[in-house]
Design a protein around this ligand. Sequence first.
Ligand code: S3P
Length: 451
Amino acid sequence: MANDFSTRSPAPLTASRPRTPLAGNIRVPGDKSISHRALMLGALAVGRTEISGLLEGEDVLATAAALGALGAHAAPAGGGRWTVDGVGIGGLAEPENLLDLGNSGTAARLLLGILATHPITAFVTGDASLRRRPMGRVVEPLRRFGARFVTREGARLPLAVNGAANPVPVDYRLPVPSAQVKSAVLLAGLNTPGATTVIEPQPTRDHTERMLRHFGATVETEPATDGGKRITVTGFPELIAAPIAVPGDPSSAAFPLIAALIVPGSEVTIEGVGLNPLRGGLFECLREMGADIALLNERDEGGEPVADLRARAGALTGAVIPPERAPRMIDEYPILASAAACARGRTVMRGLAELRVKESDRLSAIAAGLHSCGVRVAVDGDDLTIEGEGGPPAGGALIATQLDHRIAMSFLVLGLATRLPVRIDDAAPIATSFPGFVTLMNGLGGAIRAE
Ligand code: S3P
């Protein structure tokens, strides 16, 4: 089981101010959200899907292994290229053993959507972090298709799913803005007769809709009466295998990008970063904070907008981040908090309730970590306030990363700017989304060491 404290010892790391500025041109690993979906839709297509730039992180490898256990073979072909041999919609087979999705909420929730309308029984689990996370948000709508679930208390993993043999289509309004829940329902709708509709009051990342269309499915979107969006998938499409080029993950690019902004004198270019507008909230915030970021060579790759990002260090000022921006930057708050801690003035991030149910309770983890680094920080309900002094915070703390890759990377990046080094208790979860992170950062001139 990947990254479970019960099966391995933690791997501490320390980040210190580098002697020279960060400099260089890099690429970051493939987009995690798109990588999961490429494997899953490839598994449901007819024919062989070829994927380039797949993220070979533990989360995505967990998806590949689970699909293999369900009878859809996904295999590496070298250099980030993968092939998936699809079994067609409804063609997955009952797995002989537990499906272990490690640390990945996306893998678990999207796969549950697929399983909910396959007439098979599967047992799903994950690591200590994933077993704490709420699955009720997908179990509840998936029951409406006719699937049956047995879960632990609070709808936690491990759970058993018994997919519907004769599913009925569903019309579902998202109670929380979640692309995972939206995707789970749309994926369940694939093996269901008729039209399955999700109504999202606030727009969330639309990679599932884009990729379904790329594979030939009919996905219609129209404005909902309350100002949101109605997204409808028609059941039993024939998904035809189609090549997919996975862009660099903007959520991973955020770490070297903000490192370049807060380590004085730095200039870093990150090539081939996906710039889906529904992932762009962080860039809006950084522009408002006065960051020097240029978008170069903007282009379209495989149905997703892509650009090279050039970041130069400079003074940042505090900003007020509105709650409606949260779905467009939900994974970027920890690293934005590192930037805010180095900015001049107050940054207020509003409406962060969803951060409490990520790989860790990120709202608490950010606040506790910044506080121990000497930053004035307050949590008021779902709002986070960070007082930046316009210079490097003290640092000198040990951060509890709680099996959370983004907390680990955010505090290592902060440690490149603080007056004293920052130590994290466990770097192993970084491999879930950003294999090679430490080597890449040190290649830019960073100083991240095992002691
Ligand atoms: C994801 C959606 C987001 C995000 C996660 C990836 C996806 O989760 O935090 O890292 O790929 O759909 P929620 O849907 O829970 O907001």
